[in-house]
Design a protein around this ligand. Structure first.
Ligand code: NAD
Length: 356
């Protein structure tokens, strides 16, 4: 049985990947996650008793803890997702983004390099380090420009995007300089169940359900490409098992939408599902409120995912319309999970003095 370390497996995409691997692979999964405000064991409660799964509550900034994890679990594959992931937080407090997304990746690469150096024969041939990154590394895309390809130059705008771009460069350098067998994927915006409530789509759904204002940055004309999280998990599984070492793969949903259109679509779905309006609200759309734009806000991201399609046969299966309806239904039915993670975030913020 192969052993896969998934870092950040208690977060949104990592937990979707772990569920996917439990269902579609035979590997043993070691989730390396220090459980920040964005990581919750409740997110994995459906599989946490599975004998093929275990959690190592370890911080990737702690190199000696990582060395212990590698020698204990002897991984065949590392899929690295642990990160600080919220752009607004990176603007308010960039230091933790540098620590986790750059220094943390450096630690993990060094732990992986030492582990790889100790391997011989088949285990050495099998080993791979898959780094999960974002389309935000490519920066702002003009309205009429071609979508990002794997050769688009990096031009990150936010501290978050810059930290992820730095990590991508480190991973490439460790492949080229030390021969570490690495893979990189750059994906567009994900959405779906178990998404932490601070991100756009869950925030809109939950604010609407609770009768709170739905904030829209500026006119809401920023364009993002949206991918249902289970499609991302499928792509990650394909790349980690069949991807060509030293290669980057762009992953995207071919579903470009303006933020304002995403928000009105969610309000339309809530109306169509006949979700009861909160007190004093006639239509969910009435809650939409324009707020000053985020500094340095990129206008457009769009992904050309044809390379992974040609080489590995991956294509998204979920359309934006069906995926968003599933997501809305999920959040309507999982108020307890949302309340639990929000309360935990408040508790951590108060206890640790983190500012949101
Ligand atoms: P998330 O914020 O939901 O989860 C991040 C996880 O990492 C959490 O479980 C957290 O506890 C853990 N973590 C954070 N710092 C850690 C540390 N120092 N040590 C150990 N664990 C730590 O993030 P997500 O949305 O699931 O994103 C996962 C990865 O995918 C990130 O690397 C992100 O950059 C990338 N990505 C995200 C998107 C998206 O739309 N969400 C798109 C493309 C790429």
């Amino acid at each position: 049985m192969q052993t896969v370390i998934v870092t950040g497996g208690a977060g949104f995409i990592g937990s979707a990947l772990i569920r996917h691997l439990i269902a579609h692979d035979t590997c043993r999964i070691v989730n390396v996650d220090c459980l920040t405000y964005a990581g919750h064991t409740a997110t994995l409660k459906d599989i946490d008793q599975n004998p093929r799964y275990c959690l190592e509550q370890v911080d990737i900034r702690d190199r000696s803890a990582l060395d212990r994890v590698f020698s204990t679990w002897q991984p065949d594959v590392v899929v690295h997702l642990a990160a600080e992931s919220h752009v607004d937080r990176s603007i308010d407090g960039p230091a933790i983004f540098i620590d986790t997304n750059i220094v943390g990746v450096f630690n993990l690469l060094e732990a992986a390099r030492c582990w790889y150096a100790s391997l011989e024969g088949e285990p050495r041939e099998r080993f791979r380090f898959h780094h999960v990154s974002t389309d935000e590394v490519f920066g702002d895309l003009a309205a009429d420009a071609e979508p990002f390809s794997e050769t688009t130059p990096y031009a990150p705008s936010s501290p978050y995007a810059a930290s992820k771009a730095s990590a991508d460069h480190l991973v490439r350098a460790w492949q080229r300089t030390y021969g570490l067998p690495t893979l990189i994927t750059n994906c567009s915006n994900n959405y779906g169940p178990w998404h932490f409530p601070e991100k756009l789509i869950p925030l809109v759904i939950l604010n609407a359900l609770q009768g709170r204002d739905i904030p829209v940055y500026g006119e809401g004309h920023q364009i993002r490409d949206w991918l249902y999280v289970d499609d991302h998990a499928r792509a990650l599984h394909l790349v980690m098992t069949q991807g060509k070492i030293g290669t980057s793969y762009n992953i995207g949903g071919h579903e470009e939408r303006r933020n304002i259109d995403v928000i009105t679509t969610i309000c339309d779905v809530l109306e169509r599902l006949e979700i009861p309006h909160p007190a004093g609200v006639n239509r969910f759309h009435d809650l939409i409120t324009h707020v000053p734009d985020r500094p340095g806000h990129d206008r457009r991201y769009a992904i050309d995912a044809s390379h992974i399609g040609r080489e590995l046969g991956w294509r998204p299966q979920e359309s934006f319309e069906s995926g968003i309806e599933k997501t809305v239904r999920w959040f309507v039915e999982h108020g307890d999970w949302c309340q639990g993670v929000e309360e935990e975030e408040t508790r951590q913020r108060q206890g640790l003095g983190v500012t949101a």
